[in-house]
Design a binder for this molecule. Sequence first.
Ligand SMILES: NC(=O)C1=CN([C@@H]2O[C@H](COP(=O)(O)OP(=O)(O)OC[C@H]3O[C@@H](n4cnc5c(N)ncnc54)[C@H](OP(=O)(O)O)[C@@H]3O)[C@@H](O)[C@H]2O)C=CC1
Ligand SMILES: Cc1cn([C@H]2C[C@H](O)[C@@H](COP(=O)(O)OP(=O)(O)O[C@H]3O[C@@H](C)C(=O)[C@@H](O)[C@H]3O)O2)c(=O)[nH]c1=O
Ligand SMILES: [Mg+2]
Length: 313
Amino acid sequence: MSVDTSTSRQSDTATGAILVTGANGQLGTELQRLTWPAGVQVVAVDVADLDLTDTAAIEARVAAGHDGQPFAAVINGAAYTAVDKAESDLVTAWAVNAMAPAAFGKACADAGIPLVQVSTDYVFAGDKAGAWEVNDPVAPLGVYGASKLGGELAVRTSGARHAIVRTAWVVSAHGNNFVKTMLRVAATNPTLRVVDDQRGSPTSAADLAQALHTITLRLIADADAPTGTFHFSNAGDVTWAGFAREIFRQSASCGGASAEVAGIATAEYPTPAKRPANSLLSHSAIQRAYGIEPRPWQDALGDILNELIGDVK
Ligand SMILES: NC(=O)C1=CN([C@@H]2O[C@H](COP(=O)(O)OP(=O)(O)OC[C@H]3O[C@@H](n4cnc5c(N)ncnc54)[C@H](OP(=O)(O)O)[C@@H]3O)[C@@H](O)[C@H]2O)C=CC1
Ligand SMILES: Cc1cn([C@H]2C[C@H](O)[C@@H](COP(=O)(O)OP(=O)(O)O[C@H]3O[C@@H](C)C(=O)[C@@H](O)[C@H]3O)O2)c(=O)[nH]c1=O
Ligand SMILES: [Mg+2]
């Protein structure tokens, strides 16, 4: 007997509207720049459209769907990302990073749709020698990481089919990030002091968006798609000082700003929030479940500098 594969394929095709939060953020911007399959529509909202401190509004928005149809999925890319400010603004940080994911979890469970929640390397204490695996113990050092962990736990216990994707050191050509800070400060300072004892994995917001594109479309199309916790960053690891040096090496090669980087100890750069010494993320879970193989962070940085400055050699 022959099987009509065209029909069974049809049911594997994702269609419908995806609600994306954080529309004006780094990730939200890149999710909107991607090409999505015909039949998939991205409905991107920011604080003016949907204030995430309003949990009733979140539940109503998800329940309302789009154009008379339920949403196909939610990607919660919004967050309270001001790590130092969060230390003194605990209630808002927890509202956006924990209570809003809880509301999305409940609303997605009620609607029977998948939720993609973005989380952070800052859920880890940073006291491991190698890369952090998805099931390694979490022990956030500050309010931002603790509130993002609260969001993870809420989503994990919500009953919604979900993927929690932890990422790290997100950079892009827009929004606030380390690359843009380094280029801006270098324009007026010949030497920058940058911590050389915090190690992690830089991540292009565009590459992260592509990974979430893959995961979300699979979750929509396939009820048996892998769920749980995953790590995505670009490949390789570096300290913030090493990252700054590579930013300036590539920037200088195309006539952009450059500066000397003096590596310093964390103790010499006091900040309100404590940060992990090592937050390198292992990719084994996302490789195994979704076949995603991140490219080196240096290549991703080249694309960002190309967009900001021009031809990077
Ligand atoms: N940036 C990084 O280095 C890292 C980020 N992550 C995670 O990745 C995800 C994406 O981060 P990224 O794109 O860099 O973050 P951004 O800070 O660039 O963007 C966050 C977005 O969330 C929005 N937002 C904040 N508060 C509210 C609110 N009350 N209601 C509605 N929207 C709100 C912001 O809006 P507005 O601008 O108007 O305030 C902004 O558009 C987040 O979950 C973050 O925790 C994880 C690891 C590293
Ligand atoms: C600007 C600057 C920063 N630093 C240090 C401070 C800090 O340890 C490190 C990076 O600075 P940032 O302000 O970008 O760090 P931070 O805001 O902590 O970045 C984090 O953001 C959140 C949202 C995340 O989830 C994390 O993955 C991580 O990307 O560099 C210097 O040493 N010298 C400098 O001149
Ligand atoms: Mg920051």
